[in-house]
Design a protein. Sequence first.
Lengths: 245, 270
Amino acid sequence: MKIFTRFGAFILMLKGMFTKPENWRMYWKELMHQCVELGIGSMGIVSIVSVFIGAVSTLQTAYQFISPIIPRSVIAQIVRDTVILEFAPTITCVVLAGVVGSKISSELGNMRVSEQIDALEIMGINTKAYLILPKILAALITIPLLVILAMTLGIWGGRFVGEVTGILPNEVFDRGLVEAFVPYNVKFALIKAYTFAFIITAIPAYFGYNVKGGALEIGRASTTAVVSSCIIILLADYILAAVLL
Amino acid sequence: MISINNIAKGFSDKPVIEGVSAEFETGKCNLIIGASGSGKTVLMKCLVGLITPDAGEIMYDSENFSLMDEEAKKNMRRKIGMLFQGSALFDSKTVEQNIMFPLDMFSHDTRAEKQKRVDMVLDRVNLNGAHKKFPAEISGGMKKRVGIARSIVLNPQYLFCDEPNSGLDPQTSLVIDKLIREITTEYNITTVINTHDMNSVMEIGDRILYMYQGKKEWEGNSKEIIFSKNEKLNSFIFASDFLKDAKDMRMLELSGKIDEKRNMDQLLNG
């Protein structure tokens, strides 16, 4: 029963975001601020995770390919497709659910507990629209870009390790990259990125915005937000794969 | 003027406020006092629309706040300033940015005009030179003053203060009280203050509403409170022996039986 109540409250929160902004310029400023916070601020961790995922993919795929009749360039195909289809969108967004999700949840939770949200309400500002909507929009703008970055760096990491370890020379890797390439996979990855971007901002925002209590509850809300986001990302990942592939 | 009529609010079937009616006058400091849990904060939150009352009517001059839709309430709130118990300053913004924020959001003035207004209200609350400081870098009393500056920057018609003296030393409390009183008179605004600070009650209580267990128990002014025979009120206000003695002295003084010097002599010589 509680889950339906929460879902209802979540939908009402989303509905409450869509009102005419009090001042377009201030909302634009907040959107840009969030783009920097969520997008630029996450580039470091996304880059590190992607490079290592690509590198490990190359090593582990090569490790399992012991048959001499399979061309080595297939390793590059597998690395490319796993990075594009799964690792770049899903792993990146699970990592971002931790980084961005806990940040959003604790920021809004702290604002709620210290009455800053009430102060904005008293000023006549729609706090759902001013505090939550720019975060969701910023994520929808920047997270697909981060996923594209993750794809690029993941494949580059795989290529780099292939060359350095001598498993797969660059020429062979490059040949494998263009073989049997399905452009739809990139589109599918971006659909996933948009879906996950919404999940990793809207759910933590809901938990943070509705915090009641003090420091302990902020921590609890943050944990619940990250865990819920991760589970919903994995669930959405399965549904999208089942429906769209 | 703000008038409330039969306001009631409960949580999980437990009544917190029951049938409270009162009038808060313009240009005066209207105090809501009562013990912790008596419902004064809930009443104040009902007044500003942060909580919707279960029953009753709230009138801001001729406008019925209870019947307004969300958009109308939002517009109404622009006439309201509020000082929160914990000041509720935006941590990531400087003092200047905190005060500038409502202007940036709602004012169509030029940057120079907004800056002039910010300088003026900061000067009004005696915080010149604190422009670039962050809330974490200033004292509790200064935070309250920044909170006051932010709440008056848009020239509100109504000012609400939720426990403005909590966590402050007696001297700073007096400064804050004096400031609220001056601003109320200067801008001719309706000020509603939620407090359990007895100094405030005596110093700035033009109208006092005493709440007891969610109901209005007593109403009057700071002179009437001295002579009140209401036992609940007396046991709340004059809880200590020191305050009881002070009350007796004040009663004698107000009734013209002794002068202030004799008061002091009596107090000093036991």
